[in-house]
Design a protein around this ligand. Structure first.
Ligand code: SF4
Ligand code: SF4
Ligand code: FES
Length: 825
């Protein structure tokens, strides 16, 4: 090994005699993978903690046997993947995994992509040395989407690990199975790691953590994705297809703004029906974790559409006379550019209430910061060790940011603060140093002032801001009683000599003491307890170096959005916070950058997947059919500011938006011909669709498409305003917010997404409200079913907005909170 020194946090290691570069402090397994070197491993998941359940990754490093998923590289480390001892261990482990594993590969859902099959072959297991009586292990359904076959489970713990470390639900765990105890003779007669692994395997199965039969979790299906065998399968996929019959179409999840990379897996519907059908969605689970809408909300296509010429002519006429186009965030960048081009040509108004407030907020932020966009991303956020979430119901609004918030606690020894008017029981379970502030709606500025107080470098804060923050602080002197140990002397008679002697002893005494108690009114205003919080804050801050602020949709349509944007910029400038914003819904960032949106629709309106006088609809319910997102190619812009391509999974034989618009203005031939014309002035690149990459590399870098270019200019430091605590909302408050897994009419159309449109409330509030209510706003009312969300806390109720026909945006206007009257019906 040459004496190459560590440079740029990289070290040089050798694996089986070949030198490689690796990130300092990286696990050997990850370093090997990043260099395309194969080390057998089952239980380890990149981005999660090593569990050492399988022990297959045993290697020799500098002469010692270590587990590659749990041992870190060092400069000059020499690693050998296979030694005779290690090969014997691995072979024994695979034999043990095969003990009593049901021989049902012919009908198993995992056959063809089963890691047990693959490693059995890889390690050439052609005979069995071990045996033990099997125990009955029942199959069971854990939820409406999860099917668990305990008989197939090899207790690798990948499912429990991903659920805890990445998803944050910790909804499943290993429990005792009551299997036969191993004969002690095995201990002396077989490789020791294989014995330990078998001992554990024989005793365990997986079950819901809550002790019931149901996981009551967010049904993300990530446990299904990571399961190496056929033990965890989505209920719907059971016995539906062989893996090798399915075609994989790389695409982007249509629903949240996370822009999750997915594969639609398709084949002919049946022997008789040769139309392609999506059978499931899969993902590169080491690098991207999906939510339930991305994984299960896939069958929303507009099927059996042909070219209806009459409807097409009417659509062209409708667009010609349109004064407004109303659309939403579920639209590609290319389609957004088409609409913007139409606006530039005809002056038509572009109305998109899902995106408009976000667009205005981005402008406020840019004006205050001089940066064209926020500076962080989901992946960057995952590298931080202190995360703060403001203005968003993380569990509902943004699965990707929720996972990051949780993962930071689990993997980076992180701390977190969560500010939101709707209490969420799940958030504090993410880590021991997570503080949740359930504050009144309307006090969002107070949250940012508190962050300035806690994190800003005082020397950088403007004097008026410092003074204002100081005005919330007070000190009082309190008298407390404290137990102190005192040494007292007393005379005792020595038992042996009978003489009197002096001895010392410690006695407890209650004494009164005066202490100074600092009170921070901002903390108390935000629903916290300043004394308690400040006592634990030092612990939260211990060894913290990288801070990220996640900003949610509540801020965008806020009455004081301007001040909020400026306060965020001040935090960036004085407290080194990086900022990531959650664009509300699918391609909101793309639309916000490409379209010049209007505040209202006027006159004759064409709706695109929205209500209008003439409706272009991919839901199959309009005047002219359009392709759904899984029938289109084009690009979307993710919350991480990447422009990523998505491909056609299912055929569509009708007209597309480009066809309609080509009758009204000059357009290129195909939708994807617009890709290279996306506005470079907004950070897009003049790149043809077909040149866009659509993959991750082995080190986990997201190489899909390209990153938007972010520009910065010098601007003056923002001048922020004080807030008025009297603007906090009182009374019955309703919040515009979808249940997890629902984002739009398309996720609602999918047959494995079950969350209904309605008014979601905490268990206590739902009980008090009854089953159906009328929610009366200033400008109208809506009658809805009351649905319990047992992770919600407090009295604020959440009204879904995912059904365009319900016009919920009209009731709320830009704000997500309204004071309403709620009547039982
Ligand atoms: S269900 Fe699958 S992922 Fe979970 S422990 Fe069993 S084999 Fe591993
Ligand atoms: S579906 Fe998701 S939340 Fe539910 S148990 Fe599996 S990983 Fe956990
Ligand atoms: S991958 Fe290292 S112990 Fe399983």
């Amino acid at each position: 090994m040459s004496e190459v020194q560590a440079v740029d946090n990289m070290v040089t290691i050798s694996i089986d005699g070949t030198e490689y570069r690796a990130k300092e402090g990286e696990y050997i397994l990850n370093a090997a993978r990043a260099n395309d070197v194969f080390i057998p491993a089952i239980c380890y998941l990149t981005r999660c903690s090593p569990t050492l359940a399988c022990r297959l990754c045993l290697v020799e490093a500098d002469g010692k046997q270590v587990y590659a998923c749990n041992a870190k590289v060092k400069e000059g480390m020499e690693i050998t993947v296979d030694t005779p001892d290690i090969l014997a261990e691995r072979r024994a482990m695979m034999e043990v995994y095969d003990v009593n594993h049901p021989l049902q590969c012919g009908v198993c859902d995992q056959s063809g992509e089963c890691e047990l099959q693959n490693y059995t072959l890889e390690l050439q297991v052609d005979s069995q040395s071990y045996s033990i009586q099997d125990t009955v292990r029942e199959s069971t359904d854990w939820s409406s989407v999860l099917h668990y076959d305990a008989g197939l489970c090899i207790v690798c713990e990948r499912c429990t690990t991903v659920c805890k470390d990445m998803i944050g639900d910790a909804a499943i765990k290993t429990v005792k199975r009551g299997g036969e105890a191993l004969d002690k003779a095995w201990k002396d007669n077989m490789p020791k790691d294989a014995y330990s692994m078998w001992n554990k395997l024989q005793k365990s199965v997986i079950a819901p953590s809550n002790g019931t039969d149901s996981t009551n979790c967010s049904d993300c299906g990530e446990c299904v994705a990571v399961c190496p065998v056929g033990a965890l399968v989505s209920k719907d996929f059971v016995y539906s297809s062989n893996a090798w019959d399915l075609k994989r179409i790389p695409a982007v999840s249509a629903h949240s703004s996370d822009g999750f990379a997915i594969y639609y897996e398709t084949k002919a519907t049946s022997i008789e029906d040769r139309r392609e059908k999506i059978f499931r969605v899969t993902n590169e689970w080491n690098f991207v974790s999906l939510d339930g809408s991305a994984r299960f909300g896939y069958d929303f296509e507009n099927r059996d559409v042909s070219k209806d010429e009459e409807a097409f002519k009417s659509a062209v006429e409708a667009v010609k006379k349109a004064e407004s186009i109303r659309f939403n965030a579920l639209i590609s960048n290319e389609e957004a550019l088409m609409l913007q081009t139409l606006k530039e040509k005809t002056g038509v108004k572009l109305y998109n209430p899902e995106v408009r407030a976000f667009q205005k907020f981005l402008k406020l932020y840019s004006d205050a910061s001089g940066a064209s966009l926020y500076n962080s991303s989901t992946n960057d956020a995952m590298k931080c060790d202190f995360v703060v979430s403001v203005g968003g119901a993380l569990r509902n609004d943004s699965p990707g940011l929720k996972y990051a918030f949780n993962n930071i606690q689990k993997m980076n020894k992180g701390a977190g603060m969560y500010f939101h008017p709707v209490g969420d029981k799940l958030i504090p379970t993410f880590g021991k140093t997570v503080e949740m502030f359930t504050h009144k709606a309307g006090l969002e500025e107070a949250a940012l002032y508190l962050l300035l107080d806690l994190f800003a470098d005082e020397a950088k804060l403007p004097a008026d801001v410092k003074e204002y923050i100081a005005s919330f602080k007070s000190s009082e002197t309190k008298t407390i009683t404290e137990k102190v140990m005192k040494t007292v002397k007393e005379m005792v008679i020595d038992e042996e000599s009978g003489e009197e002697k002096e001895v010392s002893k410690k006695v407890a005494e209650q004494v009164e003491k005066e202490i100074t108690v600092d009170t921070n009114g901002l903390i108390d205003l935000l629903g916290g307890n300043s004394e308690k919080f400040m006592a634990g804050f030092d612990k939260m801050m211990k060894k913290k170096e990288k801070f990220v602020l996640m900003v949610g949709e509540d801020y965008y349509g806020h009455e004081k959005a301007d001040n909020l944007a400026k306060l965020i910029v001040l935090l960036e400038q004085t407290a080194n916070f990086e900022v990531v914003m959650n664009p509300p819904k699918s391609n909101a960032l793309g639309v916000a950058l490409i379209c010049d949106l209007d505040d209202e629709a006027i006159g004759y309106t064409v709706g695109y997947n929205e209500n209008g006088d003439f409706k272009l609809s991919a839901l199959g319910t309009g005047d002219l059919d359009m392709p759904a997102f899984n029938q289109q190619e084009g690009t979307v812009t993710t919350l991480s500011k990447r422009v990523v391509p998505t491909n056609v999974a299912l055929d569509y034989d009708g007209y597309v938006l480009n066809d309609v618009l080509s009758e009204v203005m000059a357009t290129p031939k195909l939708t994807i011909d617009w890709t290279a014309h996306l506005p470079t002035s907004k950070g897009f690149k003049a790149v043809e669709f077909d040149s866009l990459v659509n993959s991750f590399d082995n080190a986990g870098n997201d190489n899909r498409g390209y990153a938007l270019e972010v520009t910065t200019t010098e601007v003056e430091a923002p001048s922020v305003e004080k807030f008025d605590e009297k603007t906090a909302l009182e009374g019955d408050i309703v919040y515009r917010c979808n249940p997890p897994r629902q984002f739009n009419d398309f996720s609602d159309k999918a047959h494995q997404i079950f969350e209904a449109f309605g008014l979601y409330a905490s268990a206590t509030r739902a009980e008090a409200l009854g089953s159906k209510v009328e929610v009366v706003f200033e400008n109208g009312s809506i009658v809805v079913d009351v649905i319990t969300d047992d992770k919600m806390e407090g009295d604020i109720v959440a009204l879904s907005d995912f059904k365009s026909a319900e016009n919920v945006y009209e009731l709320f206007g830009e704000s997500r909170y309204k004071t309403v009257t709620i009547r039982e019906v």
